[in-house]
Design a protein around this ligand. Structure first.
Ligand code: FAD
Ligand code: SF4
Length: 471
């Protein structure tokens, strides 16, 4: 039995973090796994407070206090079973969720100043250790139907949809244009947050559950949507949001200015050894780099450039630290690794200079009153310009969803900002205006979080199952 005062006697423990001097030269996860005894001790800090705010703040509504109890009691396989009832990718969410804004930010202990239970690290621990010990999703009671679903996109939304369909006896066939599954988990989020081995293992598990992956296949190019609709009883689209958002200032297309995602993908492929023939490896070794933006993508670019051996990395963002969109944890990690931050700075222009360097003109900003959504807009302060010389600028202003070429012919509609329109609730949640086609994840929400894409993929699978009952 745990001590009811364990939360005071033991402090929060998310796992040891590799020292910045070591981690900034390698592409490996920076948090060490919890040992069984530490996971049990940490789980024992949970107050079982009766009104689990952590569950409500978790977008998939994980049964957090219940699996913490099982971990405390050493019942690993039961914890893994329970954790998979609500989350298709728990070991991945445990690694990449911004827990400070979600489950852990709502933990009663955090509110009381005692330090939240390290929920994310324990979620990762459960699945990692259960897999190592031989646990696999129990498919023994699944009765396979003759229904199949074509899933477009092997990102978190597509994987979560396929997981729920397979558990309900519907065969998912997942198509992706890339050579590996994962979407942005593989070709976006760097290894220091999520090692690629974790995604490879998830692929093996899902193939073992009966999910088929058809990779290097772009729907609309290598295979038509009409063919997919003929081959399958329904189609789920989890195609993400990839339209690069520009800053709209002078010189942003200059040589030496890079878009964030191609830069990150190039780096992942260098590390995986899968860089396509003819694509030049990009490296920041010895360079002075400026990253523009304040979200997760910007932090990943900062820390990738540091690991590639950049001479200096400055990150400039137009709001202050308190109002930035990225995870506080990742900003702290970036700072420890040597990234310098310039808050309240807006780029005005980039000018190429003789010798191939870039002069980045920045102006200071002040935060104005909150807008309709409660966000404070940055307003440029007069006569506050400064120029910083760099070798490379990486632009990370985010991504937008956009309609695919076939949407119109299939009767699928999008909002003005490119997001695919779906039914919010009702009998078939996440159904598009074409009854046979469902959608979820970033293409519906706009660029967001892994765990929300997982939630929507799961909900859409429920929508598809409901649709099958009606046709
Ligand atoms: P995606 O992950 O984008 O997957 C879409 C898939 O669809 C891709 O594999 C794509 O190849 C495929 N596809 C698209 N069109 C076609 C087609 N026509 N035919 C075949 N395949 C197609 N979120 C977090 O929670 N934590 C983080 O730390 C975090 N870091 C991030 C870092 C970066 C650099 C980026 C860019 C995003 C980050 N995110 C993070 C956001 C998160 O990765 C996304 O919200 C999430 O991956 C969205 O999942 P998805 O399945 O909707 O789309
Ligand atoms: Fe927390 Fe994310 Fe896990 Fe939910 S899925 S418990 S928000 S780490």
């Amino acid at each position: 039995m745990s001590d009811v005062f364990q939360f005071m006697k033991l402090s929060r423990n998310p796992g040891d973090k590799i020292d910045a001097s070591v981690r900034k030269i390698e592409f490996k996860e920076i948090y060490q796994p919890l040992h069984a005894v530490d996971a049990a001790d940490q789980a024992g800090r949970c107050l079982s407070c009766g009104n689990p705010y952590c569950e409500w703040q978790c977008p998939v509504h994980n049964y957090i206090p219940n699996w913490l109890k099982l971990v405390e009691e050493g019942r690993l396989f039961e914890a893994a079973e329970l954790s998979h009832q609500t989350n298709s990718l728990p070991e991945i969410c445990g690694r990449v969720c911004p827990q400070d804004r979600l489950c852990e930010g709502a933990c009663t202990l955090d509110q009381g100043g005692f330090g939240a239970v390290s929920i994310g690290s324990i979620e990762k621990y459960i699945t990692d250790e259960a897999f190592k010990a031989g646990w696999r999703p129990d498919m023994s009671k699944v009765v396979w139907t003759d229904k199949t679903v074509g899933v477009i996109g092997a990102g978190p939304a597509g994987l979560a949809c396929a997981d729920v369909l397979a558990r309900n006896g519907v065969k998912p066939v997942v198509y992706d244009r890339y050579e590996e599954i994962g979407g942005l988990l593989t070709f976006g989020i760097p290894e220091f947050k999520l090692e690629k081995e974790v995604i490879r293992r998830r692929r093996e598990i899902m193939e073992g559950m009966g999910v088929r992956f058809v990779l290097n296949t772009e729907v609309g190019k290598d295979i038509s949507i009409d063919k997919l609709l003929k081959q399958h009883d329904s189609v789920f689209m989890g195609m993400g949001a990839y339209k690069y958002m520009k800053g709209g200032f002078q010189g942003e297309d200059s040589p030496g200015v890079l878009e964030a995602l191609p830069y990150l993908v190039n780096n992942v492929r260098q590390n995986l050894g899968t860089l396509p023939k003819g694509e030049v490896p990009v490296s920041m070794r010895g360079k002075r780099v400026m990253v523009l933006g304040g979200g997760d993508t910007a932090m990943d670019c900062n820390r990738t450039a540091i690991r590639q051996g950049a001479k200096r990395v400055i990150c400039a963002y137009r709001r202050d630290e308190a109002n930035m969109p990225g995870s506080k944890r990742e900003v702290a990690n970036a700072r420890e690794e040597g990234v310098q931050f310039l808050w309240n700075r807006q780029p005005i222009a980039i000018e190429p200079m003789i010798g191939g360097t870039l002069a980045v003109k920045l102006a200071e900003t002040r935060l104005g009153p909150p807008d309709a959504k409660g966000r404070r807009n940055a307003e440029v302060a007069p006569d506050s310009e400064e120029i910083i010389e760099c070798d490379h600028v990486i632009i990370a202003f985010g991504f937008q969803a956009e309609a695919a070429g076939w949407f119109e012919a299939q009767g699928i509609h999008t909002a003005g900002n490119g997001r695919t329109l779906v039914q919010a609730g009702g009998k078939h949640p996440y159904q598009t205006d074409n009854p046979k086609i469902f959608a979820g994840g970033d293409m519906v929400r706009g660029a967001d979080l892994v765990v929300r894409a997982v939630f929507e993929g799961r909900q859409a699978a429920e929508g598809i199952l409901g649709y099958f009952d009606c046709v």
